[in-house]
Write a new protein. Structure first.
Length: 355
């Protein structure tokens, strides 16, 4: 990935996008944005200039009324997102995207000193004084910790914010996608950017490792993070508070990075009878989906097994046992862990359920 500066223009303002693969350039722009805002840094000229059109969807009056800009939250905000191959603890982080109100940075995680080993980036992401705005930070936080020893702190997760907003309206909480929230709160659509990127990922699961990155992926990476701050301001305005969102984000989503760290590889989770932990990601009439922090998804699908999860909600961490896995190894079938009964064992389970 070559270092470049790309102007993103709208009718009201312009936003600069920097594609960075050099540690010195990364330090310079981070200094400019976070450590010495009054300084004037000149990034080196680049033969590559990419124009990515992004229009901010929030009015200045809405921003000025945001709880982020009052009281204890008159602090720096930074939007954060990551992309990679099977992103998470055992996957490979390929890019880190950061956005402020004026700049978007796309950092090449393959380059030593740009993400891994970058003390300035680590200080920003671990700072208790800078609010990191993310959408479903769980796999990002796990990858940052286990691949780059960066402990993400002080997070405002827009997925968590939406769950709190749903609860306040008396609705069942669920894990909304970023595109859903963009449409609902910003009336924003990506014009096919996500569809094109996902088609590329389906055709080549390792496409994020390509250098230079294809334009479709650049647009996808930049689009989401560039609007996260606007989304956070709108959600905070509806909630009239940031405290609860940050507290819940840090207490429920960040601990995910520590799940099942006793496992040394994704293959170890496939052992029938293994006792692990899962975080409930979705509940439908057909079953439960759990996140496992191991490069696999967990599923509870049989009626008997589902009956043992009647007391859990989306976001809860529960002890489970592995019953089996799918043929391709991507899905692990689970049952509730019980110290007295081996529910995961089909032979023993059939006897128990008949008594």
């Amino acid at each position: 990935m070559q270092t470049s500066t790309a102007g993103i223009r709208s009718s009201s303002r312009s936003r600069k996008v920097h594609l960075i693969d050099d540690p010195d350039d990364c330090d310079a722009i981070l200094d400019e944005l976070f450590f010495s805002p009054s300084s004037s840094v000149l990034l080196p000229p680049s033969p590559l200039t990419t124009y990515l059109m992004v229009q901010r969807q929030i009015s200045p009056s809405s921003v000025s009324a945001s709880p982020f800009l009052t009281g204890d939250f008159s602090r720096q905000l930074v939007a954060l997102d990551c992309e990679g191959v099977a992103l998470g603890r055992f996957g490979r982080m390929c890019t880190v995207q950061i956005a402020t109100s004026t700049h978007t940075l796309l950092l090449d995680a393959f380059k030593t000193g740009v993400v891994g080993g970058n003390k300035k980036l680590k200080e920003i992401l671990e700072s208790p004084h800078i609010v990191k705005v993310c959408h479903d930070c769980r796999e990002d936080a796990s990858a940052l910790l286990h691949q780059h020893t960066i402990r993400l702190r002080n997070v405002f997760d827009t997925q968590v914010a939406h769950q709190i907003w749903s609860e306040q309206k008396g609705e069942t909480r669920f894990q909304a996608s970023l595109s859903e929230l963009f449409r609902s709160f910003l009336n924003l659509r990506d014009g096919g950017v996500a569809k094109q990127a996902k088609s590329a990922m389906e055709a080549d699961p390792s496409v994020w490792c390509q250098r230079p990155l294809p334009t479709d992926l650049l647009r996808y990476a930049v689009f989401g993070v560039s609007h996260l701050l606007d989304l956070a301001h709108i959600l905070a305005f509806h909630l009239s508070s940031c405290n609860e969102v940050i507290r819940r984000s840090c207490e429920t989503y960040l601990p995910y990075r520590h799940l099942n760290t006793h496992l040394n590889s994704p293959a170890e989770i496939a052992t029938p009878g293994a006792v692990i932990q899962g975080m409930v990601a979705a509940r439908t009439c057909m079953g439960l989906t759990l996140k496992l922090n191991c490069g696999r998804n967990g599923v509870v699908s049989t009626p008997a097994a589902l009956s043992r999860f009647h007391d859990v909600n989306v976001g809860d961490i529960v002890d489970v046992q592995v019953a089996s896995q799918s043929q391709d190894g991507k899905i692990v079938y689970l049952d509730r862990y019980d110290g007295l009964y081996n529910y995961w064992n089909l032979k023993e389970r059939s006897v128990l359920e008949s008594t």
